[in-house]
Design a protein around this ligand. Structure first.
Ligand code: NAI
Ligand code: 15L
Length: 268
């Protein structure tokens, strides 16, 4: 079904700001929500995912929800619990009560961050790869994916869980050459996830069609996603500055990159 009004949670964040610019051109009318005011958007709903009354109001009459809100990096468990675990539950409950039929959930590569990255002729990481969260943050994304499956099986709410790689205007590390999703491809993928028919609960990898790709994009393409971008033009500069990934370095050995170390090493 062509999606009409979409509730965009996390609208003040990095990805939310990019998608506010790009999604209207795909035919989506956005209702915005964030904990923080959204710059230049006085009509945005300023609310915490802990506020169930505000969520009930926010989801009323929308055709779909693009759920980006939450803590987006590693943090103490109690904070992750409140924002990402309880917050996502609160949003699905509001969606169920209001009869919203489709959610697109911003999952993350960090749900499976301890998956070794492919080396040489290794096959691409399949979307069915076992869960191996690399942080409490990644664990909260595993919870979100399982919650999505439960709400499909029990309540018929469809979700596309997008395990986003790194969606920023440009890749900023050698690892990101493999997992980068250009903002324009991000909008293409979210559009496909919002509008494809009969998705049930589908998990997809979220990246551009990078030359150095680590994971399989088959389930994303099956939604109608046709990536147009490739990080390769950035490779020369990043490799010259940072050198190649080293096999003996744990922060270079896994899909989740530096999130696997304790504490995580920044930048990633
Ligand atoms: P961000 O940290 O820039 O934005 C997150 C937004 O959520 C912030 O504006 C924040 O105020 C809001 N938020 C946090 N807790 C909230 C709460 N309790 N109630 C309401 N709003 C709350 O993160 P970014 O990069 O924009 O990521 C968006 C989503 O995509 C996150 O869920 C993140 O985990 C996920 N993701 C992003 C990736 C990326 O490359 N940008 C990669 C993988 C996943
Ligand atoms: C994520 O899940 C984070 O939200 C984002 O800030 C990046 O760190 C990204 O993963 C990544 O793996 O590069």
């Amino acid at each position: 079904p062509a999606s009409r009004t979409v509730l965009l949670t996390g609208a003040a964040g990095g990805l939310g700001t990019l998608m506010r610019d790009l999604l209207p051109a795909h035919g989506h009318e956005l209702r915005l929500l964030d904990l923080r005011p959204v710059e230049g958007e006085p009509d945005a709903i300023v609310a915490d995912l802990a506020d169930r009354d505000a969520l009930r109001e926010a989801v009323r009459g929308v055709d779909a929800i693009l759920h980006l809100a939450g803590i987006s990096l590693e943090a103490p468990f109690e904070k992750i619990l409140r924002a990402n675990i309880e917050g996502t539950y609160n949003l699905y409950e509001a969606a169920r009560e209001a009869g919203v039929r489709r959610v697109v959930f911003a999952s993350s590569n960090h749900a499976v961050g301890y998956t070794p990255r492919p080396v040489g002729d290794d096959p691409l990481i399949p979307v069915e790869t076992p869960r191996r969260p690399d942080t409490f943050y990644g664990l909260s994304k595993c919870f979100g994916e399982d919650l999505a499956q439960l709400y499909w099986d029990k309540h018929g709410i469809e979700t596309v869980s997008v395990r986003i790689g790194s969606c920023f205007p440009e890749p900023t590390s050698v690892r990101m050459l493999s997992v980068w999703m250009s903002p324009a491809d991000g909008a293409r993928l979210f559009h496909a996830a919002l509008t494809a028919e009969d998705v049930g609960h589908t998990v997809v990898h979220g990246s551009s069609s990078n030359t150095r790709l680590w994971w399989d994009l088959g389930s994303a393409r099956a939604l109608g996603y046709e990536p147009q971008d490739d990080s390769e033009p950035y490779a020369g500069k990043l490799l010259a500055e940072q050198g190649p990934l080293e096999p003996g370095n744990p922060a270079h050995a896994y899909l989740g990159g530096p999130f696997v170390t304790d504490p995580p090493i920044w930048p990633y």
